[in-house]
Design a protein around this ligand. Structure first.
Ligand SMILES: Cc1cc2nc3c(=O)[nH]c(=O)nc-3n(C[C@H](O)[C@H](O)[C@H](O)COP(=O)(O)OP(=O)(O)OC[C@H]3O[C@@H](n4cnc5c(N)ncnc54)[C@H](O)[C@@H]3O)c2cc1C
Ligand SMILES: *[C@@H]1O[C@H](CO)[C@@H](O)[C@H](O)[C@H]1NC(C)=O
Length: 338
């Protein structure tokens, strides 16, 4: 029956998605999530959760398209189902606007979102500092609801959850056949992948229920994302900044920039401020290797480093990680642990 023991390290959107994919598809695996933080305390929880991406330099575009499309299709099915409100997955329409005309006017994900088109001159009139814009409908995946929903789905598939800090993968390998590393930015004490670095993001949560459509500046620094219970106004992208404290200057800057795009925000009420550290990496790492643990081979699958697009790519990279686990176990079935 369940004779392959799988540990997934991390309970953010990437870890939970990966755990659910493995538990639901591979009946011979017993899946355990091990993490030191759970919803509502992960990076994923504070993210606006808009599906949207930029291109990673060294990953074949086709693979990135898959990641985006698989996630979009999975979440779209939820968004148009009776589960939408419990799972916190909704459709969201709006604009991305540019001060300079971008070299690529149709990003790789434009064919997967709905109704992607250039903005008309009449629409652009509202944004005198901007020269070009795109209108489309995408998905907003609110992790404060989506993560608990995934947790429930994992338990239903027989998965287990343990709260613990992982210090040593070798030691973990003594009790498991497969380890999936979805630790996001990881912890500084984990033997480091020097290529992972924090990209600090600060946002404001604003009560402004009249706002229905998102606006994002193409530079990625200013955005307004209306959600089910508040508007997320951002933001910052500060590379190599580990500070989790709210910075007042950042908040003022955010409010100033966002109100220039959406003056009615001045009438909103600020409910809170939040800081998160994106798991920055030149390219996300979704690959496998074999680890020697006391004469046994333990499979180590990596799924981390999604930067500012962890929610956007969550289901697609989880399916890739599942594929790596399935293929590897087929090639080298695990030997009994002593
Ligand atoms: C302000 C802001 C806005 C964002 N907006 C968006 C957006 O609109 N769309 C989008 O797609 N993305 C967005 N992101 C990016 C997104 O939040 C991340 O890419 C995503 O959350 C990464 O998910 P993760 O599961 O890899 O990491 P996390 O959510 O950080 O989860 C990591 C998990 O690993 C565990 N862990 C780490 N180390 C250990 C250890 N040693 N032992 C045990 N457990 C460990 C943690 O406890 C946690 O459970 C935003 C980020 C920020 C900061
Ligand atoms: C696990 O992932 C983290 C990044 O989240 C990385 O720093 C670490 O090196 C990885 N651990 C192993 C054993 O590969």
């Amino acid at each position: 029956m369940k004779n392959v023991k799988v540990a997934v390290v991390g309970a953010g959107v990437v870890g939970l998605s990966t755990a659910v994919c493995i538990a639901e598809v591979l009946p011979y695996c017993s899946v355990t999530i091990i993490a030191d933080k759970f919803s509502p305390d992960t990076t994923s929880d504070g993210a606006a959760g808009i599906l949207f991406a930029s291109e990673f330099p060294d990953i074949p575009l086709e693979r990135q398209q898959h990641w985006f499309k698989d996630t979009f299709d999975h979440l779209y099915t939820i968004a148009v189902s009776s589960q939408a409100s419990e799972a916190g997955v909704l459709l969201s329409s709006g604009y991305q606007i540019f001060k300079e005309i971008p070299s690529d006017k149709t990003p790789f994900w434009s064919k997967y979102v709905l109704g992607f088109r250039p903005m008309t001159d009449r629409e652009m009139k509202r944004f005198p500092d901007h020269k070009f814009g795109q209108a489309f409908t995408t998905i907003k995946c609110e992790c404060s609801s989506y993560l608990p929903w995934l947790e429930k789905r994992l338990r239903k598939a027989g998965g287990q959850i343990i709260r613990e800090t992982v210090k040593d993968f070798q030691q973990l390998g003594r009790s498991y056949d497969v380890i999936v590393n979805c630790s996001g930015l990881g912890s500084r004490s984990l033997v480091g992948d020097a290529e992972v670095y924090p990209v600090r993001g600060q946002v404001l949560k604003v009560h402004a229920p009249w706002l229905k459509n998102f606006i994002r500046d193409g530079d990625g620094k200013t955005y307004i994302y209306p959600g089910s219970s508040y508007v997320t106004a951002g933001g910052t992208r500060q590379a190599d900044d580990w500070c989790l404290e709210v910075n007042k200057m950042d908040s003022e800057g955010i409010l100033e920039r966002c109100s220039r795009l959406e003056p009615s925000l001045h009438g909103g009420q600020i409910l809170g401020e939040w800081v998160g550290l994106r798991p920055g990496r030149k390219n996300p790492r979704v690959e496998r290797e074999w680890m020697q643990v006391k004469g046994r081979q333990v499979l180590l699958v990596h799924n981390y480093g999604h930067g500012g697009w962890g929610i956007t790519l969550s289901w697609g990279t989880a399916l890739d990680a599942l594929g790596l686990v399935r293929q590897s176990l087929h090639e080298r079935p695990p030997k009994a642990r002593l």
